[in-house]
Design a protein around this ligand. Sequence first.
Ligand SMILES: [Zn+2]
Ligand SMILES: [Zn+2]
Length: 299
Amino acid sequence: MESEIVFLGTGSATPTVKRNHTSIFFRFKSDRFLFDCGEGTQRQMMKSKTSATKINAIFITHFHGDHILGIPGLIQTLNLRGREKDLLIIGPEGTEDLVRIMEKLGSYEKAFDIKVKEVDEGKALETDEYFFKMFPVRHRKNSLGLVFQQKPVKHIDEEKLVEDHGLEPGPLYKKIKQGEEVEWQGENINPEDYVFKEKGLKICYSGDTRPCVRLVNEAKDADLLIHDSTFSQDVLDRAKKTNHSTAKEAAEVAREAQVKKLILTHFSPRYKKVHKLRDEARKVFHNTETAEDLKSISF
Ligand SMILES: [Zn+2]
Ligand SMILES: [Zn+2]
């Protein structure tokens, strides 16, 4: 599979026997990322075999303890294992100060450097194949949501090329894919007739938040929306007071943004089982699932 998500922690506030603090592992091809890194994340990574040593970057959505307290322990383990490659940590304003404090915790031999990038909104990381974007949400000061967007993928209509020109897959295909006009058996082949673009994978992670218009806009047409669902609708007051969302509200965001699939996460410890939250959301947005620790999804 080209990409994979593993929920390493799905609890809010305090961990429970079944739920670790928040962290989501995301892999695109061989690039590996963490979205938040709550306490105990490194043990969850061992259990799910999502190698911590190969992590390229950690995205932090905000500074509440349930999203960041796993970082110091993880840093120390990576040093003990002799990681040499830089680690990138991306988060809101204040991330640099936070990371430098974390680096001082404990006593260990430093083996690699941590680079920090502070973002308020916009592209947070970009390669030829994809980019990550962060944007403000409604939780505490400097709280961000996150979008992963794969760039459009070029495909060649092989069948048509063989039919029109008798050209089988080979070195010329690469040139055509790159948009070059090529000559084959005395005929010119125009790449525009044979190359088409397919929309890339889009994933949106809300972080902790109240429902907001910005989030609806950023999640538009995503293949997957992972949304804060700390509470059920019967305690909406509590959700408002703590700047979180209910399952119903998460589903309303999914419906408005016309995403393909919604996964609820960040559950309050008051819910031992979360089928009630799932059922509440499904009344508004049918394709809803609930996350659970170590659950994985492939794309
Ligand atoms: Zn939280
Ligand atoms: Zn929070």
